[in-house]
Design a protein around this ligand. Structure first.
Ligand code: URA
Length: 243
């Protein structure tokens, strides 16, 4: 059992204080009856309406998925291609991806039904590092990669400084494997950054999102985040530091 104002606040309808005001103003109904008492406790099965609209009472859930290539970062697709939520057939809650990875990009993506959490993590002003490994056609020299480290002009503006490291050079095949860490999340950003210095990304994988990685997972696998990881992600987005 939880206090009515807390349940309303958790549903994202109003702040705790605003929820209290709504209750006192007689705008809240529990199982069809107006409830003006602030201390009232409600259970998960009670029907709660605010201004005549029933609130959503799903538990908040948080998952990490190792998205395979060839999957859309959405909950539906008009062309009937595989979507990230297809990997969660057993989940009742209506989860959706936090940000997106391209159809042909694999790697770490989070899914949740917590809108506030999703907004926090995708908001451009919060610094969540995302690390990608790119296979490039051609072998970029250090001075070219330095341009990405300084920030490079794209058609939608200059990128923030990135961290870039060459992991492997395949001379015979004229390919390089390069790791890049950025905290912005613009459309096709990593591919466009490499294109801007003259190199095509042939394969892209997101290896890390903040302190999370794909350790122990194969493409298509998922796991639930621990409550501690969720807390840490919130703290990182809000303050730039872990707890
Ligand atoms: N940058 C890209 O170019 N593609 C992605 O999927 C993610 C980052």
């Amino acid at each position: 059992m939880e206090r009515l104002q807390k349940v309303i606040a958790h549903a994202g309808v109003a702040s705790r204080r605003k929820a209290e005001e709504l209750i006192l103003e007689g705008k809240v109904k529990v199982n069809g009856k107006t409830e003006k008492e602030l201390g009232t406790k409600v259970s998960g099965s009670d029907k709660i309406e605010v201004n005549g609209i029933q609130i959503e009472r799903e538990n908040k859930v948080y998952y990490l998925l190792y998205k395979p290539r060839g999957v859309i970062s959405a909950v539906t697709d008009d062309k009937d291609r595989k979507v990230v939520t297809d990997f969660f057939p057993h989940i009742q809650e209506r989860i959706y991806p936090v940000g997106r990875l391209d159809y042909d990009t694999s790697g770490l993506i989070l899914l949740t039904n917590d809108g506030e959490f999703a907004n926090l993590l995708t908001h451009p002003s919060y610094n969540i590092d995302k690390t990608y490994v790119a296979r490039l056609k051609g072998i970029p020299p250090k001075f070219k990669l330095n341009e990405l480290e300084k920030g490079i002009m794209l058609e939608d503006g200059k990128t923030a400084p990135a961290k870039v490291k060459t992991l492997k050079i395949e001379k015979k095949q004229d390919k390089a494997i390069v790791e890049i860490t950025i905290h912005e999340g613009r459309n096709r950003q990593v591919k466009r950054m490499f294109e801007a210095i003259g190199y095509q990304v042939q394969k892209l994988k997101r290896e890390r999102f903040a302190f999370l990685d794909l350790h122990g997972l194969n493409a298509g696998d998922s796991r639930e985040l621990t409550p501690h990881e969720v807390k840490q992600l919130r703290a990182l987005a809000e303050t730039g530091n872990l707890l």
